[in-house]
Ligand binder design. Structure first.
Ligand code: PHE
Length: 493
């Protein structure tokens, strides 16, 4: 290293590694050791580097799909008049997902328009000056690209990755130069004490390398419990600590438990395939408790009590027997409250579950087709909304969330009802974290419950968002997970 380093020219670890034919780790270790001895100066510079993803490298080679489409469209005459899109696509040689990628970037970049199966090509567009293509080629060639907006665009298209790294450079110090002039002697140092060294007694004569605790070590990444699971476990602990028992039950259940017991009219929009997933095999559950079924039917048709009103709309047992993936775990609350799951329950009682639910939602940053719901209910005499608010305040405090907001709401099964909101720690936005209320008589009477029952469904993922500040639910679920977040976040509460 001393021989390879220079007093005037800064050299990077990579350059020195190439020159000395040693591994960069070895050179780094030597550089630190020599710096420690005052013979070298090591300077560090934080750098962000960009590299092409596989897809980016493919486009650097073959051209961006939209550029290929543009060239093909021009060749096919779309510069003069709109032509059939199929013609341009055929000529471009684009296939599979590349077609959609080309189409979704074509108009954005001003290459022309795509309308009703017709494509035009803007005669003045210059594909050779396409900023994204130029940047891809430059990165491929190892050149620097400084236009951040183009880099951002390429990153959001998944064509490049940014990595942060430390670049270390080395120069000889005065003392290093002196040492070199006096002559350095190369001594082999031993990095590890072996049985052979011990038995032969050679250990007495060799020189041992010193440990450099400041050197970068290779990062090893072990497995760990997913933060969603860690938080679910923490939620369970907290609720058990608050005197709750855990409910268990089927993910795919009769609509009876999911909807009918909850006084959801059978023609309620949330009971259509727009909202819920039905099973095609098996389609029905046969063993529904007969008497309860009758009482629930009666509540739907006529309501409960003297002045009760039902929905005056048809109610069919076939619909109630249909099997759906549960859209909420309130189905479990119905199973338990009715006594069906574990027998009659005398107040006071507290139950919870932290389980998956399934909804036919549109995917976005706060919605997935499945998520975890923190379900819970308390059965006792004379409960009020204050009891509910107090329970939430106590529960969320355990997770450091102390600024809950409540908003009146409507559920077919609770009255009063309210939604819960919390502030997102990064954006400050109020986000909905749960829904709750006090079960109405139309729910409780058929179930045979005489005491009051307050109940809720909270979203575990939203709790996580408030705890850790991430903004997209897909950071913790599915294939787009933020691995760094999963690896490095510890559940502290
Ligand atoms: N089932 C409701 C939901 O999924 C939550 C809830 C449960 C509300 C119990 C009130 C009572 O949004």
């Amino acid at each position: 290293m001393l021989h390879a380093a220079s007093a005037d020219d800064e050299q990077t670890i990579e350059q020195l590694a190439a020159e000395t034919d040693e591994k960069p780790e070895t050179v780094t270790g030597a550089a630190f050791a020599l710096a420690e001895a005052g013979l070298l100066d090591v300077t560090e510079e934080e750098r962000s580097a960009v590299s092409l993803t596989e897809e980016g490298a493919e486009y650097a080679e073959d051209g961006l799909p939209e550029v290929r489409l543009y060239r093909a469209a021009v060749e096919a005459g779309a510069g003069d008049d709109a032509i059939e899109m199929g013609q341009a696509i055929g000529r471009s040689g684009l296939g599979g997902p590349l077609v959609n990628i080309a189409l979704s970037n074509y108009a954005r970049k001003g290459y022309g328009s795509i309308e009703r199966g017709q494509i035009t090509a803007e005669p003045d567009a210059d594909p050779d000056a396409d900023a994204e293509a130029v940047a891809l080629a430059a990165i491929e060639a190892g050149e620097d690209v400084t236009d951040e907006s183009v880099l951002d665009q390429l990153e959001s298209r998944g064509l490049l990755e940014r990595t942060e790294s430390t670049r270390r450079s080395v120069t000889l110090t005065e003392a290093g130069i002196t040492a070199l002039m006096e002559g350095v002697e190369v001594a082999q140092t031993v990095g590890q004490l072996t049985p052979a060294l011990l038995t032969t007694g050679e250990w007495r004569d060799v020189e041992f390398a010193e440990y450099n605790v400041a050197a970068d070590a290779e990062e090893t990444i072990g497995g760990s419990v997913h933060i969603l699971r860690q938080t679910a476990n923490r939620v369970k602990d907290v609720l058990v600590g608050m005197g709750f028992q855990e409910m268990q039950g089927p993910h795919a259940d009769a609509e009876f438990w999911i909807n009918d017991c909850l006084f959801m009219p059978q023609d309620h929009p949330a009971r259509t395939h727009w909202d819920q997933f039905a099973l095609s095999n098996p389609t029905e559950i046969h063993d529904l408790p007969g008497e309860l079924l009758e009482r629930v039917r009666d509540a739907h048709l006529h309501g409960v009590g003297e002045s009760g009103e039902g929905y005056h709309s048809p109610w069919s047992e076939d619909v109630a027997r249909g099997i759906d993936l549960r859209g909420h775990t309130t189905s479990l609350s119905m199973r338990y409250l009715s006594g069906y799951q574990t027998g009659e329950l005398e107040p006071p009682q507290r139950f919870f579950s932290v389980e998956k639910v399934y909804r036919n939602d549109t995917l976005d940053s706060t919605h997935l087709l499945e998520f975890f719901q923190i379900e819970g209910w308390v059965m006792a005499e004379d409960l009020s909304v204050r009891d509910l608010m107090g329970t939430f305040t106590e529960f969320y405090e355990q997770f450091g969330i102390t600024d809950l907001r409540f908003k009146p709401h409507y559920n077919p099964y609770t009255e009063p009802s309210f939604e819960l909101f919390g502030h997102h720690p990064e954006t400050g936005e109020l986000i909905e974290i749960g829904n709750s209320g006090i079960f109405r008589a139309e729910v409780l009477e058929p179930l045979g419950v005489e005491a009051d029952v307050m109940a809720w469904g909270l979203a575990l993922e939203r709790l996580l968002m408030l705890m850790y500040g991430f903004e997209d639910i897909r950071d913790v679920h599915g294939t787009l997970c933020d691995l760094d977040l999963l690896r490095n976040t510890e559940v502290l509460h």
